[in-house]
Design a protein around this ligand. Structure first.
Ligand SMILES: Nc1ncnc2c1ncn2[C@@H]1O[C@H](COP(=O)(O)OP(=O)(O)O)[C@@H](O)[C@H]1O
Ligand SMILES: [Mg+2]
Length: 311
């Protein structure tokens, strides 16, 4: 498709205002974990949610437990084809939990970088509208679409930012995450040339000690300096727990799903009394799950307020 063809065929619909991209150029800042857990909790609350995995490593498939599942895990093949020819290929999403749908990522997405680089020569920045065009026909079927983007890949991040209405930037308190955030803020500015509707929903602090007020205040100051004095920090933070992170990814379950299992297991003292093995789940699962629930609610609130303001 040429530039003019893509530009004229693709019109941003109102339904695309519910597309949110998770982005930070740095890896390990919680992008994937936040996408899967907020998507999972919003879906469990009865909304229809779609997760689009733009990662070659496809960690969404680990969090949601569908890695290697026949008929679902295509390693990003149909996502690649839909971005290559959005006029020809309609994306098919897979329901992996009630109300929670995925378009899987994986190694086939490696072919996107050379494809978009080549299209750029003819189309300029409009080449990045490929994902937006691929999602346009599906957007009205969902209440929320979350795109998980990879670290250190300008092409894939730019595809996500051209499709999204909102960007959420997770960071950890270390400087690496903050530098990644600054790099992403630069991508954000150029993305607005082809997608003027893109806005920053907020920055979320990931894997932090809950109640670490001094650190939170320092990060808030760094973030607001990076964004020219504005203060885009979300008030929700996700607390640190290696135990929950390991248990969740190993089991292919989300924090709130482990929380439900934990609530059903016998109390430690009951297990001891009855000579049974104590339950496997740490009490931290409920706290981490509550953090994701609060974040999900904050995100939905911000979107609702913005939509209300325009209505
Ligand atoms: N609450 C948590 N506390 C500490 N580490 C976590 C927590 N949740 C997830 N992790 C771990 O943090 C690492 C990075 O998370 P991930 O979501 O994969 O980041 P990204 O997608 O930005 O690379 C992973 O190894 C994950 O298991
Ligand atoms: Mg990731």
């Amino acid at each position: 498709m040429t530039l003019t063809a893509l530009d004229s065929q693709f019109t941003r619909t109102a339904a695309m205002d519910r597309i949110v991209a998770m982005a930070n150029d740095k890896g390990g800042v919680g992008k994937t974990t936040i996408v899967t857990n907020t998507a999972g909790q919003i879906a469990a609350a009865g909304y229809k949610v779609l997760v689009v995995d733009l990662n070659r490593q496809a960690n969404v498939s680990d969090d949601l437990g569908y890695r290697g599942r026949p008929g679902v895990d295509d390693q990003g093949e149909q996502l690649y084809e839909a971005i290559r020819r959005p006029d020809k290929n309609t994306l098919v999403a897979h329901e992996v939990r009630p109300n929670l749908w995925v378009v899987p990522g994986g190694r086939e997405l490696a072919a996107l970088t050379p494809l978009i680089t080549m299209n750029m020569q003819q189309q300029g920045r409009a080449a990045y509208l490929g994902l937006a065009a691929a999602l346009a026909p599906l957007a009205a079927d969902y209440d929320l679409i979350l795109i998980d983007s990879p670290p250190e890949n300008i092409v894939l991040v730019d595809l996500a930012l051209a499709a999204a209405r909102w960007i959420i930037m997770p960071t950890r308190s270390d400087t690496g995450g903050l530098i990644g955030m600054k790099l992403t803020a630069e991508r954000f500015r150029s993305a607005r040339e082809i997608n003027p509707s893109l806005g920053l929903l907020g920055v979320v602090l990931f894997a932090t000690l809950s109640g670490a007020r001094a650190i939170h205040a320092e990060v808030q100051a760094d973030v607001s300096a990076a964004f020219g004095g504005q203060s885009p920090m979300l008030s929700s933070t996700i607390r640190y727990s290696e135990r929950v992170a390991r248990d969740a990814r190993r089991a292919g379950k989300l924090a709130h799903e482990l929380e439900i299992e934990a609530a059903a297991q016998p109390a430690f003292w009951e297990a001891l009394r009855d000579g049974r093995k104590p339950g496997r789940h740490s009490a931290a699962t409920a706290s981490v799950s509550a953090d994701f629930r609060a974040l999900a609610a904050e995100v939905l609130d911000i979107i609702a307020v913005q939509e209300g303001a325009r209505a």
